[in-house]
Each structure stands twice: as C-alpha cells, then as structure tokens.
Design a binder for this molecule. Structure first.
Ligand code: ADP
Ligand code: MG
Length: 730
C-alpha cells in the first residue's frame, strides 16, 4: 500500500511558509554575534594576550601556553554569557562534512560540586579516538589516538549551546587525517612564493592570501517526500523515477520568484549565517525546479572553506525546521540540472591588491599578467590532479553532461585577454629591447588592459576554469564537496609555479638582463607554452572533445582511473616542493578516495536492488493480477471473437509488465553477482574501477524498466513519490 507517498503529498500541500524570527535592528547589529572575533577578543582578553593572538592571525607567530590559558579563559567567559555549556574541537575528517565531540565545561570543584573550567591545554589540543575516521592505512591499529589542534586563524563560534573551536586533525604519528592541515600548508606555500614574486613589483608586499568565493547550489524537497524515498534517504539521489512531463524545459525557474516557503527558509538560515559571521550575499533560483543557490562575499580561503562547511550544516538543520530536506548531491534527479559549487579564486596582498585584477599603471598590470599567466601554467601542468581533486562518485554525473564543465580541464580567458597575450608574444623580443620597443609595449599592450577589461562582457559558462575579470572561477567542483580538496591543489600548484617562475626570472637577471625584460621574456615563454590549455569555444561540443584529444589533454572521465594522478611523478614532486603532503600521505588519500568511491556505488547498487525488488515489483505484480482478473472476467462475459479483440490491449500490458519484471529480476541478480566479484578483488583501485565500469552499468537498465512500470501501474498504487510531486514546491 502506497500510504507513505499519499501522506507525504497531503502534508506537502498543507505546509505553509513558516514565520521567521528576524532579530531587531539592522543585519550589521547582529552580524558575527556568535563569533569570537577580534572585537570580542579585545574585550575579553588582556592587552598582551590580544596582541599575541593578533600576532598569530596576522603574522603566523606561535602561541605560548600562558597566552593560550588567557584566551581560553576569555573565550569561556564570552561563551557562558551566551548560555554555552559545552565546547568541541570542530574538524574536517576525510569523510564529507565535519566532526565534533562535545565536552561540558564542568570539572569537580573539590568540595562535592562542579565548576565551569576551560584551560589553554583543552583549547589548544585534544585527543579524540581516530580509529573510526578514514585514514587510508596511516593509523596503526594499536595506536588509535589522534590529535586535534587549535587553528587560531579561523575564529571560534557558538552553535546552540556549544562553543566550536576550529581545529586540525592529525594522527599520533603526525600525519594529517583531515583537509585543513594540508590546506593551511598549501596556503602558507602560496604566501611565500607569491610574496617573492610580488617583490619584483612592490617591496611593501609581505603577505599574500588566497581568496575564495564559493557559490553553493542545492535542491530542496518536502521532508515527507524525502522520507518516502529510500534512495534519497540512503544515497542523496533518486536511483529511479520517471521524468516529469514538465521539468526545466520552459526555462521558467532560473532567477524566477522564490516560493514563499523557500524564501522563509532562506531568511531563517541567513539570520543564522549572519550571526556566525558568514557574509551571505546572493540567493536565487537555479536552472532546475527546486534548485537554488547561495553565494557569500568572498573571504580568505581557509575561513571561506570553514564557512562553507558550516553553511552546509546549518542549511540542513534549518531546512528540517521548515519541513524541507536539503539535497547537496551533485545529481539528485535525472533529466534536470545537477548542482555544483563554483569556486571563485584569486590572491590578494597585504597592500590591498587583488593579484588577478588589472591595475592602474603598466607596472601593476605587468604584475597582473604575471599572476594570470602563471595560473595558466600551473593548471596546464597539473590538470589531471586538479580534475582528480573534484572527481567523486556524485560529481561524475555532472562532469561531461551538458550542464556542467566536461571532464576536460581547459581555461577560458576571453578574446580581449587572449589578444593581449598574443600581442605580448609578438612584441617581446628575445634580444635586448630598445627603449622605443619597450615604450610601445607598455603603452599599446600592457597599459591598455584596464580599458579592455571594463568591457569584459564575454563570459563562457561552459568552461571549467574561467577568467571572469578579476578572478578565476573553477566550475567543476561538486556541490557536496569540501572545497578544501580543490583548494589544496590549486594553491599548491600555484605556489610551485610561482617558485619556478622566480627561478627562471632570476636566472636571466643573473645574466644581466634587466628585471622587466626578464619577467617579460619568461611570461612570453609561458604564454606560448600554455596554448594547449586555453580554450574559449563551446566546451560542451563534440568538436572540442576531438580537439582536446588532438591537443593531448586528458579526457578521462572514469573517476577511479583519475586517482592514480595522486601518485604521479609530478604530483609527488609538487607536494614535496611545497611541503604539503608526503608520499605516504598521498597514498593514504588516494586509497580513501578509492574506498569512498566503491562504497558509494555499492550503497547505490544495494538500494536500487532493494527498492525495485521490494517496492516496485510487488505493486507491479499486484496491478498485473488485477489486469489478469479483468481478462478472466471478460472471457466469461464475451464471445470468443469479441474477447480476443477486446482483451488484446490488456494482454499486451500484461506481457509488457512481465517482460519488465523479468528483466529487473535478472539484472538485479546479475548486478549482485558482479558486486560479489568486485568485492573479492584485493586491489582497491581495481575494485573501484570494477564498481565504476561493471556494477554501475546496471543502474540505467534497471531504472529504465522500473520507470516504464511507473508509467503503467495505477497511480493510486505507486509507492514512491514521483518526480512531478517532488520537484515543484508550492
Ligand atoms: P556568478 O554567478 O556570475 O559567477 P556570483 O555573484 O554568484 O557570480 O558569485 C561570484 C562570487 O565570486 C562571489 O562569491 C564573489 O564574492 C566572488 N569573488 C569576487 N571577487 C573575488 C576575488 N577576488 N576572489 C575570490 N572570489 C571573488
Ligand atoms: Mg559563478
């Protein structure tokens, strides 16, 4: 009986937009209220302690134990004023999402009662059991301990009645078991390498930060519908379901007016986000029905990554309050667009300069070109690794479909910038340039950049890595991803490339080439070398796929086949140079990715089998028996001739249904056998590849037959909420 589906439908119709409590006053009045930011520190810490923490934040100094004690005391005092009773070290294990273990502030008072206590020791370090987190074979079984250690560069915050302290998570032997540790290392490497290059242009530059502005796409569906779909509950996506007659073909959802229930949800979580100091800025409907987007103002990369994880978690909590479920999966529904998370990335100096934004004079423009061209070189060299960093079981559905970037990494610059680079190549000569040549180059090419960019209207939505006027937009990232994964790679490859750039320039300077000319010569070389990765055309087209093969670009789309790039010679060299990962750590990370991939496909395969066998086939058989009864009754009623004619359409349906049912049964059986074969494989990589190529390949066929049955079986009997019911919030 299809009770759950009808209950869900009834409920979905009855849900009204919830009333949202918006704090009094302006947004800026309550913005950051739950964050232990610099302002709060100034209030709750002694002058010395405050200065010590600022030293850590701004100059990367170390914090000593005495100061840590003072910070802990200040943090506790502030937190208790907000009714906080517990604290937790908040970290990002190599699963999705975040982890936390809450401890109360209470300690024995010594006289029978308890007191609230929180020391520097507890702030700085904790030892959670690491044995239940993925570690890729790094953690010895006899040494289950892991450490979490405070990351002072991301401020502590309050959720409900818990003080959350952002931390890194490492094994007892010092290997990172999280995303944050390598991210901080990559950002540090970028800082050093970029400062060195900036020194050619401006001696005042002493710090460079990476900036990240993510755009989170997601789907909302009514909670009841979600609960009536085992596939959504277990896999985050629908494994079956016939497409709705109307989905996105009328193009009426993108930027359309936001349904009231959804608007209430958005307001509610935005208030939460503001309290937590997250600068939510843009909200709109996305292309697919029920698909939406949130983008904050960009921030320093480490903070932006934390804020994204925090937003994903508050969004799902607030969604429940509004009787919604949020779907962060990259492809929850067939036939409509999936969700991504564009990562807008740039670098910015302590002198307030965005290094990917053209400046006001030829000198700063040369700096801009330097960073632009080095980005291209870095992306070209490590394109496969960059792709591997975003390759997951979920994201494989987006990449290569005509809605998201293809599984080929290329960079878009736009015609004007491309033209400018071409002119540069033309005008820079390998031999010593005359003063006239230099002036002409500066005025006609480099000096003109701001003008051309003002008119930078050409945008290419099909490119996976697009220059958008003052930043690059990495569009291939999946909606459920921890953005740290691509950010570790992007910032590391940039650091390595800038280092190599500086070496090349210095070599020329050593040979008495003037600094400007040396820079121009190396840039010229890089422009020529990066032709392969630059592509401004339609990335969805078949011609591009052919062209990419001709250019020798990597076109692999099978996720597990990409993961070996984690251990390629150039990846090992990259991370050795930048000190971000050791070989052992890389191996562990690759193995975790294999395992995660296999497990995800395995779960999908099991759920698909369960749902078709336990939900679909029984109702199909029930409906089929009704038809058979009907035919039997007809036989009694009509003459032989009449019966033959009249019963044929029903007979046809009965046969058709039998065919679908048998194929489903047979295919599920074969799929299970294939799983057994895959499971018996020793090698994690072979297993993952087998799951990708041999197990997953059953999904479409099983689904096809189940979706056909959905069209035949009486709507009153169908147990699972249908696409048309789930996809349109009223
Ligand atoms: P679009 O949908 O056109 O890509 P959005 O406004 O949705 O544009 O998103 C643009 C994102 O880029 C925002 O998060 C914005 O803060 C971010 N951004 C702007 N400048 C930079 C920068 N210098 N570094 C990183 N991100 C940036
Ligand atoms: Mg965008």
């Amino acid at each position: 009986m299809a009770i759950l589906r009808f209950k869900a439908l009834e409920e979905a119709f009855s849900h009204k937009p919830m009333k949202v409590e918006i704090p009094e006053g302006k947004t800026s009045d309550y913005y950051g209220m739950r964050v232990f930011d610099k302002g709060k520190m100034q209030k709750y810490l002694s002058k010395d302690a405050y200065e010590a923490v600022v030293g850590v934040l701004d100059f990367g100094q170390r914090i000593d134990r005495k100061v840590a004690d003072q910070v802990a005391t200040g943090m506790k005092a502030w937190a208790m004023e907000h009714g906080v009773t517990h604290y937790t070290h908040w970290f990002h294990p190599l699963t999705e999402g975040t982890a936390e273990k809450h401890d109360a502030f209470v300690e024995h008072s010594g006289s029978g009662g308890v007191v609230e206590a929180f020391s520097g020791k507890l702030l700085v370090q904790q030892e959670p059991d690491a044995s239940s987190f993925p570690n890729g074979g790094i953690r010895n079984t006899f040494e289950a301990r892991g450490y979490t250690a405070w990351d002072p560069s991301s401020p502590a915050f309050i959720i409900d009645r818990t003080l959350c302290i952002p931390t890194i998570f490492i094994s007892y032997t010092g290997e990172p078991l999280d995303y944050k540790t390598p991210l901080l290392k990559a950002l540090n490497a970028l800082d050093k390498a970029a400062v060195d290059v900036c020194q050619y242009f401006d001696k005042d530059v002493s710090k460079v930060i990476a900036t990240l502005g993510w755009e989170q796409e997601y789907f909302l569906i009514d909670a009841g519908m979600y609960n009536a779909r085992p596939d959504l509950m277990m896999c985050g996506r629908t494994m079956l379901g016939h497409e709705s007659a109307k989905n996105q073909q009328l193009e009426d959802h993108y930027f359309g007016s936001i349904p009231q229930r959804v608007a209430a949800f958005m307001q509610d979580f935005e208030v939460e986000a503001y309290r937590l100091g997250i600068p939510a800025k843009t909200r709109h409907n996305e292309v697919a029905p029920n698909q939406f987007e949130l983008a904050p103002i960009f921030e320093e990369c480490n903070l932006a990554v934390d804020h994204n994880l925090l937003v994903m978690s508050i969004m799902s909590n607030v969604a429940r309050k509004h009787n919604f479920r949020i779907l962060m999966h990259e492809k929850p529904f067939k036939g409509v667009n999936g969700s991504g998370k564009h990562c807008n990335w740039s670098m910015s100096t302590n002198t307030g300069v965005n290094l990917l934004s053209p400046g006001k004079n030829p000198k700063s423009n040369l700096q801009f070109i330097t960073f632009l061209v080095n980005t291209l070189a870095a992306v070209q060299k490590h394109a496969v690794l960059l792709k591997a960093s975003i390759a997951t079981a979920g994201n494989q559905h987006r990449l290569g479909a005509n809605e998201a970037p293809p599984a080929i990494i290329s960079a878009f610059l736009g015609s004007q910038i491309t033209e400018m680079l071409d002119q540069l190549v033309e005008k820079v000569s390998e031999t010593k340039m005359s003063p006239d040549e230099k002036t002409s180059l500066k005025l006609d090419v480099i000096g003109r950049i701001p003008e051309i960019l003002l008119d930078n209207t050409d945008r290419n939505r099909t490119s996976p890595f697009a220059f958008t006027g003052n930043r690059f937009e990495f569009r291939a990232v999946g909606s459920s991803a921890n953005t740290a994964a691509p950010m570790i790679v992007l910032n590391s490859i940039m650091a390595e490339q800038l280092k190599s750039f500086k070496q090349d320039v210095d070599k020329l300077i050593d040979k008495n080439v003037k600094k400007d000319e040396a820079i121009l010569q190396v840039i010229k070389k890089l422009i020529t070398e990066t032709e392969k990765i630059r592509f401004d055309g339609n990335n969805y087209s078949d011609e591009w796929k052919k062209e990419a093969v001709k250019r020798g670009l990597n076109v692999e789309a099978c996720v597990p086949k990409l993961l070996d790039s984690y251990l390629s010679k150039q990846t090992l060299e990259l991370f050795r140079n930048t000190k971000v990962f050791t070989e052992r750590e890389l191996e562990a990370r690759r193995d975790i990715k294999f395992e995660m991939y296999t497990k995800k496909i395995q779960i999908e395969s099991r759920i698909l089998g369960d749902v078709v066998l336990n939900h679909v086939i029984p109702v199909a058989i029930e409906y089929q028996s009704m038809l058979m009864d009907n035919v039997a009754k007809m036989k009694a009623l009509f003459s032989e001739k009449e019966f033959k004619e009249l019963s044929e359409p029903r007979m046809e349906l009965i046969r058709e249904m039998s065919e679908h049912i048998s194929v489903i049964k047979r295919k599920v059986y074969e799929m299970v056998e294939m799983r057994k074969k895959a499971n018996s494989l020793e090698s994690e990589s072979e297993k993952a590849i087998m799951y990708s190529e041999k197990v997953q390949s059953f999904f479409e066929e099983i689904r096809y037959h189940s979706d056909k049955l959905e069209l035949i079986v009486d709507d009153e009997k169908w147990p699972l909420p249908k696409y048309r019911e789930m996809l349109f919030i009223r």
